[in-house]
Design a protein around this ligand. Structure first.
Ligand SMILES: [Cu+2]
Length: 332
């Protein structure tokens, strides 16, 4: 990552991808609520200077762990000039409705995890995730690095909007359907299925799948091509819950990172480091492999101008935003 792009770190820091620093928000809404977690095994965070790829490295996997292969990458070598086949749709493991005791356990486990996200003890939240999950979402299996990442993020309130439809799976996991707001920023509104692995008295988060936000007041579709966005609407209502469906019609993996700049600042100024990162306000993000649709929601947006960029790298190392992959919308 070149130094003049440091201003983007605040955005990238919130994107779960290998080597990046994902955010799991925690805050007032759940402060004081009971958070029960196992102790972590003895360990320490990786010294910062030894951390892996710098923020801004091209993500190689998305939030659901899908294959994010891009044209020209090793796994498509040999296809010459033909576009690679679209990555498979994310696998949503099938389940069956849980019995009452399993359902109660899963509901309590999801509530507890949200409570831990909202607790000052970031190690508790880290202790409630499997290594498989943290490798995909945090790029590490060191829970102390995960805890540091969680602790370094902002502390908006997290609210469970709905929680239910518990299922059991042949691999022993339990899953819940959850709509949660405030998880990555105060304005995110997400519909997930969370998969838990029972581990002694605890349930550990093992996977999450991003689902369409159905309970929204307004829906906008963002079509992503190589390298541009096309929004079905560019004016959105304030103080509503907005579902965003990001359709990747390109040959590359793309992301939608939504943020606001200080009045008068431009994306170009951000890219050259002329906007202090503390002045950039992050709202939400989603990632989609070719042929896939990413889903997320935003709620309670205030009137103003919002920017969207894709900071994924092309094979030549040029971030897509540098090729013009940016857009904006107005909330009024
Ligand atoms: Cu892109």
């Amino acid at each position: 990552m070149t130094t003049h792009l440091i201003a983007l770190a605040i955005l990238l820091s919130l994107i779960p991808s290998t080597g990046a620093r994902p955010a799991l928000a925690h805050g007032a809404q759940t402060t004081g609520a009971e958070c029960v977690a196992p102790d972590l095994p003895p360990g320490t965070p990786t010294p910062m200077e030894d951390m892996g790829p710098p923020e801004g490295s091209p993500p190689v996997e998305d939030a659901a762990g899908m294959d994010m292969g891009t044209p020209g990458s090793a796994d498509t070598a040999g296809s010459d000039d033909a576009p690679p086949p679209a990555a498979p749709l994310p696998t949503i493991p099938a389940g069956t409705p849980a019995d009452t005791s399993s359902a109660e356990r899963a509901i309590a486990g999801a509530q507890n995890l949200v409570n831990c996200f909202g607790s000052p003890d970031a190690e508790a939240a880290a202790a409630l995730m499997t290594a498989a999950f943290t490798l995909i979402e945090f790029g590490t299996d060191n829970p102390y690095d995960v805890a540091r990442d969680i602790a370094s993020d902002a502390t908006p309130s997290i609210t469970i909007e709905s929680l239910g439809d518990v299922q059991t799976h042949d691999d022993g996991r339990l899953s819940v359907d959850i709509v949660v707001s405030g998880l990555f920023s105060p304005n995110t509104y997400l519909h997930h299925r969370w998969y838990f692995v029972p581990d002694g008295d605890h349930l550990k988060l093992d996977q999450w799948v991003w689902l369409p936000v159905e309970s929204a007041d307004f829906r906008v579709e963002i079509t992503m091509t190589d390298f541009a966005y096309d929004l079905s609407q560019t004016t959105l209502p304030a103080d509503q819950t907005i579902a965003i469906d990001g359709v990747n019609a390109g040959d590359y993996a793309h992301e939608i990172v939504v943020f606001q700049l200080p009045a008068g600042a431009t994306v170009e100024q951000l890219l050259i480091g002329d906007v202090p990162e503390e002045d950039v306000r992050f709202y939400g993000f989603a990632i989609a492999a070719p042929g896939q649709t990413a889903h997320f929601g935003l709620t309670g947006l205030e009137p103003g101008t919002y920017h969207i960029i894709c900071y994924f790298d092309s094979p030549d190392g040029i971030p897509h935003v540098m090729r013009g992959m940016e857009a904006e919308f107005i909330v009024e």
